[in-house]
Write a protein that binds this ligand. Structure first.
Ligand code: SF4
Length: 375
């Protein structure tokens, strides 16, 4: 750590113009770490800092109060530079596991939030301002202890549901992408190890990044990875900084062989001219390329796009082409989210028709995919 007691200031992340050598380098070239003192001094905090020895360390009173990072204004052009050049270390104060019922039974307390990737439709930054770098919570021992207690209190799952026939499933990546988080700290490894020893529960996370270091974590079937997939042409425009779709598909068999349960996250489904043809192509490709072991355990969730007016405005400033696909007032309607934000989603009729159409396409081209839920 080069300057542990510096006060928060306008630190410019490193120039991203030098040639990266690995996928991790491409995503993260950390030049500044904003740290709460307790987080900085913790074992996990020191581990993270040791991975980025050249980074300047800037003390901050709270991981939530870093206006020069999290503010929206003036950061549009710097968005990606902030994401790739900056980390935050904090301590997660209140721990709770929220009931979910869709992708999981419970949302586990976050061990991180923020993301170094920059999908144009991402809801993760909305709570914290838009240039939303990764915040690592360093009190991982407390979080895994809480999770073990929560799992114990649930007892045995009384009956199967769409989430899982037997296990209580905990989403460990609601506010981040765990595959990228694992480049930054051992929090994900610790979560995988925790669930390995919980026979009544599973961890689960959706991801758009292939981190092959995860193949060494020995999950023994207690962690479910949900690879997010969409037609390649959509991903090229919308999934900024993520692993390409062919790389995600190619990883499926390897993750199954390494002991993960692998599901598919068809999300978001974006309605545009030609979308059905391109989804049919993607499903056919999956049918051709995925092995039998992966097919036997496969399941998918289907999630239609929701978007947000504020994010639309921000995107117009840096990636207006994405908005041609995402912002469709002709077929969208406003909807107040659980957190009180005004989002837009496809109107009821086109949405209903599209959900049915996706299910038909799956039945026609990849009938081995069990649809867990669609909305
Ligand atoms: S990978 Fe996930 S968390 Fe990261 S920007 Fe994309 S949608 Fe958001």
């Amino acid at each position: 750590m080069s300057s542990p007691s510096a006060t928060a200031g306008a630190v410019t992340p490193p120039d991203a113009s030098t040639t990266p050598t690995t996928a991790a380098d491409r995503l993260l070239r950390i030049g500044a770490v904003y740290a709460e003192p307790e987080a900085r001094d913790s074992e996990r905090g020191q581990q993270v800092l040791s991975r980025f020895p050249g980074a300047e360390v800037i003390e901050v009173p709270s991981h939530w109060q870093i206006p020069e990072l999290h503010g929206n204004e003036g950061n549009v052009e710097r968005w990606v530079r902030v994401k790739s050049g900056t980390l935050v270390l904090g301590v997660k104060k209140s721990l709770s596991a929220r009931p979910n019922g869709r992708s999981s039974d419970f949302i586990a307390p976050s061990t991180s939030n923020g993301c170094a990737m920059a999908c144009a439709y991402c809801y993760v930054p909305r709570r914290k301002g838009y240039a939303n770098p990764i915040t690592v919570f360093t009190n991982i021992d407390k979080i895994t202890r809480y999770l073990r207690g929560h799992v114990r209190r649930q007892g045995v799952k009384p009956e199967p549901d769409q989430v899982d026939p037997r296990a209580w499933v905990y989403d460990i990546g609601e506010n981040s992408d765990c595959s990228v988080d694992a480049l930054v700290s051992d929090n994900v490894a610790d979560l995988v190890a925790t669930f390995r020893e919980l026979p009544t529960a599973k961890a689960s996370f959706a991801t758009k990044f292939v981190n092959r270091e995860l193949l060494d974590l020995d999950p023994q079937g207690r962690t479910r990875v949900r690879f997010s997939l969409m037609p390649e042409s959509d991903a090229k425009l919308l999934d900024i900084r993520t692993s390409p779709i062919p790389e995600r598909i190619a990883a499926i068999d390897d993750f199954v062989a390494a002991g993960y349960e692998v599901h598919l996250n068809f999300s978001p489904i974006v309605l545009r001219e030609g979308w059905e043809r391109d989804w049919a192509e993607l499903l056919t490709r999956l049918d051709d390329e995925v092995g039998d072991a992966a097919k036997q355990q496969a399941a998918a969730e289907i999630i239609m796009l929701t978007h947000n007016r504020d994010l639309h405005e921000v995107n117009l400033g840096w990636h207006p082409k994405a908005e041609d696909l995402l912002w469709r007032p002709d077929i969208q309607q406003p909807k107040r989210s659980q957190s009180g934000m005004w989002n837009v989603r496809y109107r009821n009729a086109p949405k209903r028709e599209a959900v049915a159409r996706v299910q038909d396409l799956i039945a026609a081209h990849a009938p081995w995919i069990r649809v867990r839920y669609a909305f």
